[in-house]
Design a protein around this ligand. Structure first.
Ligand code: DGY
Length: 324
């Protein structure tokens, strides 16, 4: 029996993170990477001092209410924490931490990837070549939308949105507009060439590309509903690297089918890993499997950040990234 804190790690993490966790804790790793599911999580909450969870683990109010519970910290591997009922955790004295900052660049890079892919039809083009359909260069073949100099509308202006603005404005000379109920200081936005708009609706009406960067919450659930999608221009594209349920996926399909918007680049979905079948048949849609933070460097950094939160917690120090 070890007297080190027991930490259940719900998914397989990079080796360097496993090594760190093994060195400091009685770490119960998951090298087979099998999702624990509700029963596994229930058992983990009863037997571990802390859980290191990911977006695929639903830590619900019911699970947190189950007795006996030993867990006092849920250290989430991710900046988003909508997989955890944080109010229930707070009410039961369970601390929650996340991993901000370290995934900002990777996620912003992926938002730009989606924007460029959907505008320049690169997914479609790649399928065309791989399927042996390409008959040769021609002046009117697969013309896409120009990106440089266009208007990018950011929904939310937190860390990741700012990193996207930096890339879009300074790299692609895009005009950047944004709406955020909690806007950044004016000089921060100015340095990114980003102009505020008073309402989300103004952003939607004016942008050639709309990129979503708000957290998932009851307030942002289906923020992009039928009415708001209808405000976008018919030649505009939607990019989502935030959370799937910020978009009403059925309404998005309707808007795409009706040609009310030009296309969409999606890294996240309402019911992951399920993707609305109609989307998979559309050439003006780029679909990625939640890859926002998926670089080796970033996933190691996320793991080490969760590790730091665990270490601080068990050393009796304030969490670096306390959510509640
Ligand atoms: C995040 O950090 O929120 C990513 O989406 C992975 O969960």
């Amino acid at each position: 029996m070890s007297d080190r804190p027991v930490v259940v790690v719900t998914r397989r993490l990079p080796d360097a993170v496993h090594d760190a966790l093994r060195g400091a804790f009685d770490a119960r790793l998951n090298p087979e990477d099998r999702p624990l599911g509700p029963e596994g999580l229930r058992g983990a909450l009863a037997t571990a001092d802390a859980l290191l969870t990911t977006v695929t683990d639903s830590v619900t109010a019911d699970l947190l209410a189950a007795e006996p519970r030993r867990t006092r910290l849920v250290a989430n591997f991710g900046v988003g924490f909508n997989n955890i009922d944080v109010e229930a955790a707070k009410a039961r004295g369970v601390a929650v931490s996340n991993t901000p900052d370290v995934l900002t660049d990777a996620t912003a890079d992926l938002a730009m990837t989606l924007l460029l892919m959907v505008a320049r039809r690169t997914g479609e083009g790649e399928r065309h070549v791989r399927n042996g359909q390409w008959t040769g260069w021609r002046p009117t073949h697969m013309l896409g939308a120009h990106v440089t100099g266009k208007t990018l509308g950011l929904v939310g202006m937190g860390r990741i949105a700012r990193a996207v603005a930096q890339r879009a404005h300074h790299g692609f000379q895009m005009k950047v507009i944004y709406h955020d109920p909690y806007p950044p200081p004016p000089d921060v936005a100015r340095a990114l060439g980003a102009e505020p708009r008073d309402t989300l609706e103004q952003v939607l009406r004016q942008a050639d590309f709309v990129s979503l960067h708000c957290p998932a919450s009851p307030e942002t659930h289906h923020l992009m509903n039928r009415e708001r999608l209808a405000l976008m221009r018919p030649e505009a594209f939607l990019v989502n690297t935030a959370r799937g349920d910020v978009v009403d996926e059925a309404a998005l399909v309707e808007a795409l089918v009706a040609g009310r918007i030009a296309g969409a680049g999606l890294d996240v979905f309402e019911r992951e890993p399920q993707v609305t079948q109609a989307l998979t048949t559309m050439d003006n849609v780029v679909l990625l499997p939640h890859l926002g933070s998926a670089t080796t460097e970033t996933r190691v950094a996320m793991g080490m950040r969760a590790f730091e939160n665990l270490q601080r917690f068990f050393a009796g120090q304030p969490l670096r990234d306390r959510v509640v």
